[in-house]
Ligand binder design. Sequence first.
Ligand code: MG
Length: 251
Amino acid sequence: MKHLLSRANAGVLAQLAWSNVLLGFDFDGTLSPIVARPERAHMRERTSKLLARVCRLYPCVIISGRSQPDVSARLRGAGVRHVMGNHGLEPGFGLPDFEHEVSRAKPILQRALARWPGVDLEDKRYSLAIHYRRSRQKQKVRAAIAAAVAALPVRMRVVPGKLVVNLVPARAPNKADALLHLRAKEKADTALYVGDDVTDEDVFKLDQPGRLLSVRVGKSSASAAAWFLKDQREIDRLLATLVKLREERRP
Ligand SMILES: [Mg+2]
C-alpha cells in the first residue's frame, strides 16, 4: 500500500487527471468525518466546496451505505453525476424484492435484539444496519447479532463496518458492481475510488491496474486497496490536487 499524496507518487494523480476518468467516493469516513451520531455526519465546509469544484471538472459518483435520499441530502448540491445508496444497490434492479426481504427480517431482528441496550436497528428500506456504537457490551452484542442473523428465514449478506453490522439482501449488487456499471455508463476508461470501510473492499478487490485506482482512507495491511490517504482530513488535499491538475490543463 502506497501513500497517494507523497511527493514520489505525484505522477500517478497527474496521469489520472489527464485520462478519461470517473471519480467515485464513499461518504461516511471518506468525504465526511466519522461522528458518534451518524445522523449528524456532514462534510467540512472546505470539503464541500472542493467537491463542487471537482464535480465541474470530472464526472463524479458517490456510492454510500446510506439510503440514496439520505446521502443525496448530505451532498449539498455538489453536482455529483450519480448517487448510489444502500452499498450500491439503490437505484437498480430488484428493489421490490429487496424491500420485501428487509421488511421480513426487520421485526425478527427487533425482537431478537430488544434486550440489548445501545443497539439501534436502522431501516434503510433495501438494507438494514444494526448500530452498536452506544452499547457497553460490544463483544457480546456482536455475538448476539450474529446469532440473530443466522436464525433469519431470509438470506442476508453480512457486511461488518465501524461499530455497525450491515445486512444486505444476498442477491443484491455491491459497491464494486455499482462502480463498474457507472464506469461503463459514463464511458470512462478508468476510475478512482476512495473508501474507508469493509464494504469498500469489494471495490478494492477488483484489482484492475490501469482501470481502477483504489484508495483507502487510513493505511491498513488487511485492505486490498493499492493506495492510501493517511486520514480523513487528507481528502481535502486529494480533491484540491485533482482540481489543480485539471485546471492547469485548460488552455
Ligand atoms: Mg465509509
